[in-house]
Design a protein around this ligand. Structure first.
Ligand code: MG
Length: 169
């Protein structure tokens, strides 16, 4: 058994009148993320953590924001595809911990649905997925409500021999 850890970080600018979707859940908000995809910055950070754990590059390399294929794409699909890669490499998710930095709106009431959604896609129990929200006390770009930043950490466990086969292909 091999254990791997990965971290991911993503930021999107916020602008009025756009949809705000975080962790696969639509949030009622006067501002949303500027993005090529649906702008789900939480899922993007999570995908980067998953890819990072196996040194498989980053989300931009796998799903380029210059490609029409990914224009407006539901980021839940990107997470599903990232999970296919992880499984193909012989790994499963132990747990994930995500911190969303957003000044407003308050996210507390959405967190249970985010955890359920992400756990469902990663095929792990809800208790293996943590989502936390924080403001930055009005400091910096998050505090000025110019953007949303997300930090994600994941632990993967897997089989070293299956991993070797995957990377030798
Ligand atoms: Mg992004």
């Amino acid at each position: 058994m091999e254990i791997r850890v990965g971290n991911g970080y993503d930021v999107h600018a916020l602008a009025p009148g756009l949809r705000l979707r975080l962790g696969g859940v639509d949030i009622e908000s006067p501002v949303g993320c500027v993005a090529h995809s649906d702008g789900d910055v939480a899922i993007h950070a999570l995908c980067d953590a998953l890819l990072g754990a196996l040194a498989l590059g980053d989300i931009g390399g796998h799903f380029p924001d210059t490609s029409d294929e990914f224009k407006g794409i539901d980021s839940r699909i990107l997470l599903g595809r990232t999970m296919s890669l992880i499984r193909e490499a012989g790994y499963g998710v132990g747990n994930a911990d995500i911190t969303i930095a957003l000044q407003r709106p308050k996210l507390a009431s959405y967190i249970p649905s985010m955890r359920e959604t992400l756990a469902g896609i990663m095929e792990v129990p809800v208790t293996s997925v943590s989502v936390k929200a924080t403001t930055t006390e009005k400091l910096g770009f998050v505090g000025r409500q110019e953007g949303c930043a997300v930090y994600a950490t994941v632990l993967l466990f897997g089989n070293q021999s299956r991993r070797s086969e995957f990377f030798e292909k």
